[in-house]
Design a protein around this ligand. Structure first.
Ligand code: MN
Length: 232
């Protein structure tokens, strides 16, 4: 039996429609699991029932995380999706309570950090200007910048290397790391680009996009494999 992984749905405001990047599902499938895209619902009992049917949770990318999650007023121009914030935070809480594996990608690491009590840079270009390109142009399966992988972390154990070249497409990022989370990777301009929860069997977040690069990049495949293997 392949592990079944709940994949959080993305929301298209213009079409008022759910959507999905195939790379999330394909990356899980390549690693030996089956991803299931959930409906966008906020009823916590219904979310709990769906999470109970699955072996793990993938927190996907997409909208900006609402700054209300960490008690701040939103910058002009943020594009948030309160329903996704509620659903993702509920799914995360339930998964952690049942010690089910969680992988957060891009918005996923940001949501994870905010929901667990940390804060975010709401807009990197204005709040954290730097020469590092965090907002690359497509195609996204190329290198945008380097991160340092912190020794002693499970990501360092997995990859066995001190530096990693990653793609990058984000304008928000982890600022104050939540209690319960520990940094695993830091960009050369000082952004926390990967975290994990030491108290959990597997709760990782990465700021880069393995779903765009798993076909060509072994480290992206290794991250999906570590997640799916933890879900078995
Ligand atoms: Mn980046």
């Amino acid at each position: 039996m392949k592990p079944v992984i709940a994949v959080m749905p993305l929301w298209d405001d213009d079409r008022r429609s759910l959507w999905m990047l195939p790379g999330y599902l394909d990356g899980i499938a390549e690693a030996g699991g089956t991803g299931v895209m959930l409906p966008l619902i906020t009823d916590s009992d219904a979310v709990a029932q769906l999470i109970s049917l699955c072996d793990g949770v993938l927190l996907t990318g997409g909208h900006d995380v609402s700054p209300s999650l960490y008690g701040q007023e939103p910058f002009d121009g943020l594009e948030t999706c309160p329903a996704r914030d509620r659903m993702d935070a509920t799914a995360l809480r339930l998964a952690l309570r049942e010690d089910k594996p969680v992988l957060g990608i891009c918005r996923g690491i940001q949501l994870m950090n905010a929901a667990l009590g940390g804060t975010l840079w709401q807009d990197l270009p204005t709040q954290h200007p730097s020469d590092v390109n965090h907002h690359m142009a497509p195609p996204y399966d190329r290198v945008a910048h380097e991160v340092r992988i912190l020794p002693g972390t499970p990501l360092h154990q997995l990859l066995g290397q001190d530096f990693l070249c990653v793609n990058s497409y984000h304008h928000q990022a982890v600022r104050d790391v939540a209690p319960g989370l520990v940094p695993m990777a830091v960009s050369t301009d000082g952004l926390v680009e990967a975290v994990y929860a030491p108290d959990q069997r597997f709760c990782w977040g990465v700021q880069w996009h393995p779903e765009f690069s798993f076909r060509t990049d072994a480290s992206s495949r290794a991250i999906f494999r570590a997640f799916v293997d933890a879900c078995r």
